[in-house]
Design a protein around this ligand. Structure first.
Ligand code: SF4
Length: 350
């Protein structure tokens, strides 16, 4: 079992989902851990070790949502399938650290409600192509060895050829592959960063080479993969670091293996700075020059951001990428300056 999964010390489960297939699977795979059935939310004792708790929950909210995106900036308009909250990888820059009040790893175990909601959304619209992903409020695959959630989702969505599922991750787990019927309807996706950022800010994730080997394996199996540089971090020597990871990518992949490649500069609500300063004092990138964007988020000063985007986009274009490149939450001004155009549909290079 991966080190980050060994940090889980106990499992809570809502009584309503105690006997679901997902809960039974988790119980079997974590049979060595204490298991507590919960009747009401109030029964959960407050704990200082919330990041060591896995909570299988009956989720009452909406599973399918539009990506929160952001006002005023272009976003890619895809939808989120909400399968749980929080992530044990603890990347220093992770927005979830300021987004959720506690660090409990939550998984929505009432999957029948999820399937019903998805069927109602996708079933009546067979001619509409939906691009969906699970990697917004957690990493898509980080709990896969325990829950098998993505494998269930892949099996379910095989009945909906109008849906393309992105599985975005920083770990390596290809157990879901065997359930895929159409490789053009699943986009395995890896977030990558410069080796310096990996070593300093995302140390519990899989090594970059491992992620790229997995991406190459997916390409060999007939998938096209998505890659993400998000967040791009500005630090002394960033040019060398991002040039290095770009070279590494093309040691493993051909340009035609890549469906989309997104670029997003580090941005966050101001609260995250306080969390990073308190919990990750070695993360000095937060002391850079940030301004408050139109959406209230802190963003790197525009000239610095543009310099990084221009450098990275030029290198990627030299490697043969072009139409696959897009920005996450950037303005028309940035699109024009870096790509030379503004996309017709939000976020899509076309
Ligand atoms: S892998 Fe993603 S979700 Fe998990 S801690 Fe890192 S940034 Fe957050």
């Amino acid at each position: 079992m991966a080190e980050y999964l060994k940090k889980i010390k106990r499992v809570l489960v809502d009584r309503a989902v105690e006997h679901t297939p997902l809960a039974r699977r988790v119980r079997q795979r974590l049979s060595h851990l204490p298991w507590q059935v919960v009747d009401k939310q109030q029964d959960i004792a407050p704990s200082t070790d919330s990041n060591q708790v896995l909570y299988l929950k009956e989720y009452k909210g909406k599973f399918l949502r539009f990506c929160p995106g952001t006002r005023y900036y272009r976003c890619c308009g895809y939808r989120i399938i909400h399968i749980g909250e929080n992530c044990p990888l603890n990347c220093t820059y992770c927005i979830l650290r300021a987004y959720f009040q506690d660090k409990t790893l939550k998984v929505w175990a009432n999957q029948n409600d999820l399937w019903n909601e998805l069927d109602q959304a996708f079933g009546p619209n067979p001619d509409h192509l939906f691009r969906v992903g699970t990697g917004e409020f957690t990493d898509s695959l980080v709990l896969e060895p325990i829950t098998g959630y993505s494998q269930d989702l892949v099996r379910f969505l095989a009945h909906y050829p109008n849906v393309c599922l992105e599985l975005k991750t920083k770990i390596v787990d290809l157990s879901w592959v065997e359930s895929v019927k159409r490789t053009d309807r699943v986009l395995p996706a890896w977030s990558l960063n410069s080796p310096d950022v990996y070593k300093k800010e995302e140390i519990e994730s899989a090594p970059l080479e491992e992620r790229l080997k997995a991406a190459r394996e997916c390409a060999r199996l007939g998938f096209r993969v998505c890659l993400h540089f998000d967040p791009i971090i500005h630090y002394p020597g960033w040019e060398k670091g991002y040039a290095q990871i770009i070279e590494m990518i093309f040691d493993y992949l051909e340009p035609e293996n890549i469906a989309y490649f997104s670029l997003g500069s580090f941005r966050c609500m101001p609260d995250l700075f306080k969390v990073i300063a308190r919990e990750s004092p070695h993360s000095t990138f937060i002391y850079n020059e940030f301004i408050t964007g139109l959406d209230g988020k802190q963003r790197l000063l525009l000239p610095l951001r543009l310099k990084q985007f221009l450098f990275i986009a030029r290198k990627l274009k030299q490697k043969g990428l072009n139409k696959q490149l897009y920005f996450c939450m950037e303005s028309d001004h940035v699109w024009e300056k870096v790509m030379g155009y503004t996309p017709k549909r939000p976020g899509r290079a076309e």
